[in-house]
Design a protein around this ligand. Structure first.
Ligand code: LLP
Length: 443
């Protein structure tokens, strides 16, 4: 987070609160969100796209990255709308008091109750992801006697260079409809008076670094967009999210203003060529807003030097195990994602040692940081910070091995407050329906 610094004693502080104070008050593992950093990133996206697209740009915050009532309010307060991808995410946004008109609902397999709820509360747009959803949403709108705004998600076929599981617009995947089918599906939308067609949607993937992929998707969609104007108005074009962030120094992040500028150049040029006005542009970033604003604090429990075979003989790998792991950050196990680690609770002059930070789960793939340096005198009880965990860590967290999910703390101006509490042992047992036995103490 931008608000992370070392204080005079060498201790890590976030927005003026020391790692030690955070751990003492809220325990570890702990998700820490730098509130001002998240707000600043939301504002940067809003302003960069607003400046690049004078005809208008709407920024949706993709709630799947991290959503809580508090964070939903930060985002709408910063002028962002919110993209939800399930009835659960919708419920959080509604509980935050977000104006439903500022919500978009996604999902490749929305349930009928999810569709019904979205139509009933009046979400601003439902993104249709398949042909069957055209009638499902129309039927719900008919039942509620309303006209529902919809977008149509297109699989643009653009190959974004990212991890296979994160690329969402290749031909062989479940999202959207093929570009070739779009004219017919839009005609079906327009035949239904309960639906109002807003425009096309494309999301090519996540953690993407070159803006070329976004530009190519925009080009392909604008061609279609222009053709669809023959049959009625098409007020907007939604280009999805996916802007990459830096997890390690190997990640070469493109500044948001550059992406916005390059996209604007492509869109404006293409619209000129096609002889159409530039539509209102919408984007849906999640990671780029909340990812860098978060870090996770862990406490070191055990340290173990393991002899490993290398090409040139053998070497020692130092395993530093912390009190969380794949239950609070599954990304290394799921996507081979790399992170970095810092000693947080104190300064150290010791020579750096190459370490692997592991979790406490019963799997050897339970790695938090594959390889990074910590002071050689790292010891049990030390606090460690892993940056850039604001996105897709808490939202992908599990209770594996019956670990309670960590609390989420927001820090701002030297003050910290929990916005989501830690799960307790009672929480973990609360859905188990069998009668409890009284634990017996040892005689
Ligand atoms: N819009 C749509 C339709 C999406 O599917 C996604 C992400 C976004 C927007 C936001 O993408 P972002 O700006 O956050 O990259 N769990 C994976 C990421 C999955 C992304 C899924 N969709 C990870 O941890 O890397």
């Amino acid at each position: 987070p931008r608000g992370a610094h070392r204080d005079d004693a060498g201790e890590l502080t976030v927005a003026g609160v020391t790692a030690g104070a955070l751990a003492a008050e809220f325990g570890t593992p702990l998700y820490v969100l730098d509130q001002d950093d998240a707000l600043a990133r939301a504002a940067e996206l809003r302003d960069a796209f607003g400046a690049a697209f004078p005809a208008g740009a709407t920024v949706y915050y993709a709630g799947k990255a991290f959503l809580s009532i508090e964070v939903a309010r930060w985002m709408t307060g910063a002028g962002l709308n919110i993209d939800v991808a399930s009835g659960g995410e919708l419920a959080v946004a509604l509980a935050a008091g977000v104006d439903p008109a500022r919500l978009g609902l996604h999902g490749n397999n929305k349930s009928l109750p999810e569709i019904d709820r979205a139509v009933e509360v009046g979400v601003g747009a439902i993104v249709l992801d398949s042909v069957v959803e055209v009638e499902r949403v129309a039927e719900a709108a008919r039942r509620h006697g309303v006209v529902q705004n919809v977008r149509l998600r297109i699989n643009s076929g653009v190959h974004a260079s990212t991890h296979e599981y994160l690329a969402t617009a290749r031909e062989d995947q479940k999202f959207g409809i093929p570009i070739a089918d779009a004219v017919e599906v839009v005609a079906g939308i327009r035949e239904r008076p309960e639906l109002r067609f807003l425009g096309l949607h494309s999301h090519i993937g996540s953690q993407i670094f070159e803006s070329a992929g976004f530009g190519e998707a925009a080009r392909r969609l604008l061609e279609l967009h222009a053709a669809l104007r023959a049959g009625g108005e098409v007020p907007e074009l939604n280009l999805g999210g996916g802007f990459g962030i830096a997890y390690t120094s190997a990640d070469d992040v493109v500044p948001i203003a550059t992406i916005a500028g390059e996209l604007a150049r492509v869109v404006t040029g293409e619209c000129e060529r096609l002889g159409i006005p530039v539509p209102r542009i919408a984007i849906e970033p999640g990671r780029a807003v909340i990812g860098p604003a978060g870090l996770t604090l862990y406490e070191v429990g055990t340290i173990k030097d393991v002899l490993v075979q290398t090409e040139s003989g053998s070497a020692v790998r130092r395993y530093v195990s912390v009190d969380g792991g794949m239950s609070d950050n599954v990304r290394p196990a799921l996507y081979a994602a790399d992170y970095t680690v810092r000693i947080a609770g104190r300064a150290s002059d010791a020579d750096p040692a190459l370490v692997r930070v592991a979790g406490k789960h019963c799997e050897s793939g339970d790695i938090v940081v594959r390889a990074d340096y910590l002071p050689g005198d790292v010891r049990p009880g030390d606090l460690l910070a892993v940056p850039a965990t604001g996105a897709y860590c808490w939202s992908l967290a599990s209770n594996y091995n019956y670990l309670g999910r960590p609390a989420v703390v927001a820090v701002k101006d030297g003050a910290a407050r929990a916005i989501v509490r830690r799960e307790t042992e009672d929480d973990l047992l609360s859905r188990d329906l069998a009668p409890r036995s009284e634990p017996r103490s040892r005689a």
